[in-house]
Design a protein around this ligand. Sequence first.
Ligand code: HEC
Length: 189
Amino acid sequence: MSEHEREIPVEHEYDGIIEQDNRLPRWWLYTLYGAVAFAIVYWFQYEVLHASQTPELEYAAKVAESRAAEAERLKKLGVINNKSLTALALDSNTVDQGKTIFATNCASCHRADGSGLVGPNLTDKYWLHGGQPEQIFKTVRDGVQREGSVMPSWKHLGDEKVIAAVTFVMSIRNTNAPGKAPQGEPLPE
Ligand code: HEC
């Protein structure tokens, strides 16, 4: 058999480089078909049916779970300081509870979004009584005990609800909702 009579046809030749129309090896084809089949199943599972969570969602759920567990632990311990309040403010359940408490008890003077009415705007970086978590807790629990101030004490709600309200206030800090003009001193950066 001469060079030009072989079974596999030469499709192109350029500069002595020959492109031939070979059959693809079986293992290669089956790997391709397998990958396509896998992609379809995967796509349905994750993107269409949402039967499995994507790694991102799974991760977010795990983080939320561990923050919730930490929040439970801290609430049982009953320690109230900047560190514990900061950790509690990472737990979305606590912040959501605080949002409800805020809407019920505080919105009449601070508005539901905290932008201020009778009470100051809680979303700017200016604070009359300090914007650190412990300071906010003290203001909310004890109220502002000075002549002419109408900010009441919320001690009767109990620490857990006061803490939740504080975590909500922390969550709206520095969101700068348009509202009452700033009052007090800026929170140090
Ligand atoms: C009757 C109106 C009123 C209600 C209700 C009220 N506040 Fe206030 N709040 C004020 C006023 C007025 C001030 C400013 C206090 C001052 O210095 O005289 C204030 C101050 C504050 C401050 C301190 C702001 C700063 O700049 O330091 C925080 C925090 C706060 N309130 C949170 C709350 C929360 C949380 C609730 C609900 C649990 C609440 N307030 C309910 C009127 C109110």
